[in-house]
Design a protein around this ligand. Structure first.
Ligand code: FAD
Length: 437
């Protein structure tokens, strides 16, 4: 295996994003020759259209499946201890809360489940049942504001300086001699096949360049279903965010505040070093269905096609999102409820029907490996997901992860495991500010 690692050539399509950059890192750490690794992406790493190109993302433990628990505990350990990732983890904690009876019951059950897994989480997770208990962790709130709130406070969470962490991987990869191609020379057009027509041995990009390799990893995030026919397994959706600029005095009042999340409203983060607070609402996402023919489809299909802020910088978000984000600001930050937003944007992820990743070799095409289906919760796995993608590539991935992540057409990726199916951007005015396609 060690000698194969030295000579195996790998192309990572979407290597400027989250899963792709993590894969490059773990190839290097496992002894692959860096100059045999080629990162292709439309934008330079950290790609400005990656879902991970953001001020911050939430780190928290996910319990939904055994795989989620394993991956989030592994990730937590690396965010805390791995020298490459440690500088980007702001371990301020997270408060997952509600004032609605049904949601409080669910949160309480979730808290109990965390304690019951016997992973030592009883020492880092606490149920906050009264206003005074809440104020002891979130001193910037008032007693009046948190009246009736209850929830789970975890020390295993906080926020990740997302774009900076991907950038750190990019700098490391460059320093080791990884090959990069961006722009038209890095933008995937189609896979290339050997004479048997089933063994993938490279990629052609939209400027006609051809790159050859032993393995091709497709980690193009929300764009993957538009590039390769995934037979409806992934539906790409946009979520929204807004930024508020604080004065240094205002920012000081929120220093070290935990991430605050309420599923009926959304969430917000501690201001970053420039005094910017990010606020998101919570909803089932927006699609953008078009007629489009990905590689491998016999005919054009109705597919949700992302349109990124990077390629359309004047796009914002639907008028409806302005209303729901304002509602979240009024709930969490009432003193700032009339403050203008300095940035309003959409960012794209791709959902599977069961919210598990899609990480597998293509069933028809040997050596073409899919690494996608992030389902809107995969940034936290930046430190460790690439390790498992490399294991899949080498045929050593553990059996339960193989099962969770296998090729599995069927199911409803439009709704996924969310409360409702996504609405389409065609029906949502207010976001589109240039006429280009
Ligand atoms: P990406 O990171 O988007 O990477 C895809 C890459 O493919 C990009 O670099 C892109 O440029 C490239 N690409 C596209 N087309 C081509 C092409 N034709 N050729 C070459 N390259 C191409 N996760 C969390 O864990 N915690 C959170 O708090 C959280 N919050 C979120 C909030 C919002 C608003 C959004 C939108 C997402 C959030 N997520 C969160 C989800 C997380 O960001 C994603 O799950 C994760 O970043 C997806 O990674 P990816 O590698 O699949 O895709």
């Amino acid at each position: 295996m060690a000698s194969a690692r030295k000579t195996t050539k790998v192309i990572i399509v979407g290597g400027g994003g989250t899963l792709g950059s993590s894969t490059a890192l773990h190839l290097i750490r496992r002894g692959y020759t860096p100059s045999n690794i080629t990162i292709l992406d439309t934008y330079p790493i950290p790609s400005s259209q990656s879902a991970g190109h953001d001020l911050n993302k939430i780190m928290s433990i996910r319990l939904r499946t055994k795989a989620d628990l394993q991956l989030s505990l592994e990730a937590l350990d690396m965010w805390k201890h791995d020298p490459l990732f440690k500088p980007f983890f702001h371990n301020v904690g997270m408060f997952d809360c509600s004032s609605e009876a049904e949601n409080i019951t669910e949160l309480r059950e979730y808290y109990q489940a965390l304690i019951d897994v016997n992973a030592g989480l009883d020492k880092t997770n606490f149920w906050l049942d009264s206003e005074d208990e809440i104020l002891s962790k979130l001193s910037c709130f008032t007693k009046e504001q948190v009246k009736g709130w209850k929830g789970l406070f975890t020390l295993d969470g906080g926020w990740l300086a997302a774009s900076k962490a991907i950038n750190a991987i990019g700098l490391f990869a460059k320093s080791q001699g990884v090959q990069f191609e961006f722009g038209e020379a890095g933008t995937f057009k189609r896979p290339l096949f050997a004479d048997d027509e089933v063994t993938c041995h490279g990629v052609e990009t939209i400027n006609g360049s051809k790159y050859f390799a032993d393995k091709v990893i497709m980690a193009a995030g929300a764009w993957t279903p538009t590039l390769i026919d995934l037979e409806g397994q992934c539906v790409s959706k946009a979520w929204v965010l807004a930024h508020i600029q604080l004065t240094p005095e205002e920012a000081a009042a929120y220093k070290n505040i935990p991430v605050v999340y309420d599923g009926s409203y959304g969430f917000f983060f501690e201001p970053n070093e420039d005094g910017i607070i990010k606020v998101c609402d919570e909803f089932p996402g927006f699609t953008r269905f078009k007629t489009h023919q990905p590689y491998g489809a016999g005919e054009p299909k109705c597919i949700s096609v992302p349109r990124s802020h990077a390629s359309h910088p004047t796009d914002t978000y639907p008028d409806a999102s302005e209303v729901s984000i304002r509602k979240a600001v009024a709930r969490f930050l009432p003193g700032l409820k009339d403050r203008p937003f300095v940035n309003r944007a959409m960012c794209w992820c791709t959902d599977t029907a069961d919210s598990n990743l899609l990480i597998c070799e293509h069933p028809k095409w040997k050596n073409l490996i899919l690494a996608t289906g992030d389902s809107g919760h995969s940034f936290k796995m930046l430190p460790n997901i690439g390790k498992h993608i490399v294991e899949l590539m080498e045929g050593t991935l553990q059996q339960d992860l193989l099962n969770y992540w296998k090729w599995r057409p069927g199911g409803d990726a439009l709704k996924s495991t969310r409360a409702a199916p996504a609405e389409d951007l065609a029906d949502m005015p207010g976001w589109k500010h240039d006429a280009r396609l």
